[in-house]
Design a protein around this ligand. Structure first.
Ligand code: AMP
Length: 378
């Protein structure tokens, strides 16, 4: 029997945000049907899917019913429980697997996996009490960052410890819950490698994408990253090895630090398409979302070549602070593309959309995307 899910098949997505939306756009372009499942309606994914199911992730009967209506299930955010993916997997393939999700959805587990398998990470320790934290601080060293073990993303649930006097306060700030203490990395750049692995073990990657954050949220992504080729090669090697280790099927992003001493260190793994890969939509032969469709359907992966230097700027709800943004002014900048996710409530810090700019050089792409974003306020 062929393992390929041909166009016309139905792809199920757990989660309904912008990642699911862009996945659904690519899937529908290729003639697939898309069903989405989340505890909400009129969602970014639901607006472009064929079917939108509004139910909770802990409603395993609803998950099973959803699974019976699709040919394969994927997820677009990592806080889906493995109970949900296990229930789905009784009925249809889940790609990436529940195992890959389990390892990567919890910081402490992910860090232990990386360290155990010999991947490069900063010094760290898992802690579950104030006493353990105090002892860990002396071994890991300062400055350090304390991160909650679970449900952390975009810098949520993490606090810096610069002196031993901070330990008590920071333990209180994260709510006395299991956490990971990490030595602060002295880095010159943050970057990511977005890659896909197929059912047959095939591997493609988008090279290194440079990432700049503001208030711990991704602000700008730039491709190709302006860093030494040897460090890029090492990061790609590490990404490939992580995917092989997890027998991964689908798209994954590894976020890295480029340390001042030239080493590359893994910060975290996202078991899904990634915000830094949004520029692949406009700038690459095959986008990360098409790659996800291909991988989970057992199709050959696409060529990942970057067609032109590109930069992506996130549009947070803050952009709406002065009223409706001036879209026309932004789109007057040459080479700029607008993506909005169909969200109606532009709360500060909420990812509402992004701009991508293409140009002949990386520096021009950055200048264009920044000019376009600035023009939104004009
Ligand atoms: P995270 O939610 O773990 O991705 O962290 C969000 C951001 O905090 C990262 O993108 C970095 O800018 C910063 N950060 C996290 N961990 C470290 C670390 N060990 N050393 C230096 N900066 C860090």
């Amino acid at each position: 029997m062929s393992r390929v899910l041909k166009p016309g098949a139905t792809l199920g997505v757990l989660g309904s945000g912008q990642l699911g939306r862009m996945f659904a756009i690519e899937a529908r372009k290729m003639g697939y049907r898309v069903h989405t499942f989340s505890p909400a309606s009129d969602t970014p994914t639901g607006q472009v899917a064929d079917v939108e199911i509004d139910a909770g992730y802990d409603d395993l009967d609803a998950i099973r019913t959803f699974a019976r209506g699709v040919d394969v299930i994927t997820f677009e955010f990592e806080n889906v429980s493995t109970a949900a993916t296990d229930a789905a997997a009784e009925i249809v393939p889940v790609r990436p697997s529940g195992h890959a999700l389990h390892v990567t959805q919890q910081r402490a587990r992910e860090k232990s996996f990386l360290a155990l398998k010999g991947f490069p990470v900063t010094a760290h320790e898992s802690v579950a009490s104030l006493e353990e934290l105090t002892a860990a601080v002396s071994r890991v060293g300062l400055p350090a960052i304390l991160k909650t073990a679970s449900f952390g993303y975009d810098g949520k649930g993490q606090h810096r410890i610069t002196s031993e006097a901070d330990v008590d306060t920071v333990w209180g700030l994260i709510g006395h819950q299991p956490a990971v203490l990490e030595r602060v990395v002295d880095f010159t750049m943050e970057f990511s490698v977005v890659a896909a692995r197929g059912l047959d073990g095939g591997f493609v990657h988008y090279g290194a994408i440079e990432n700049q954050h503001r208030h711990h949220i991704l602000d700008l992504s730039i491709a190709p990253a302006r860093m030494p080729q040897a460090a890029i090669d090492e990061a790609v090697r590490v990404t490939h090895a992580i995917m092989d280790e997890l027998a991964y099927v689908g798209v994954l992003a590894v976020e890295f630090f480029l340390a001042r001493d030239g080493r590359v260190l893994v910060n975290e793994i996202a078991p899904r398409p990634h915000n830094s890969g949004h520029l692949t939509f406009d700038a690459c032969v095959t986008s990360q979302f098409e790659q996800q469709v291909r991988a989970i359907c057992g199709l050959p992966l696409g060529v990942a070549t970057l067609l032109r230097p590109a930069a992506m700027a996130n549009l947070l709800g803050d952009v709406w602070a002065g009223g409706e943004p001036n879209w026309a002014a932004a789109l007057e900048v040459p080479g700029v593309k607008l993506h909005l996710y169909g969200k109606s409530d532009p709360r500060p810090g909420r990812k509402m959309g992004h701009l991508t700019a293409l140009a002949d050089t990386v520096d021009d792409a950055v200048a264009r995307v920044l000019a376009a974003r600035a023009a939104l306020g004009s």
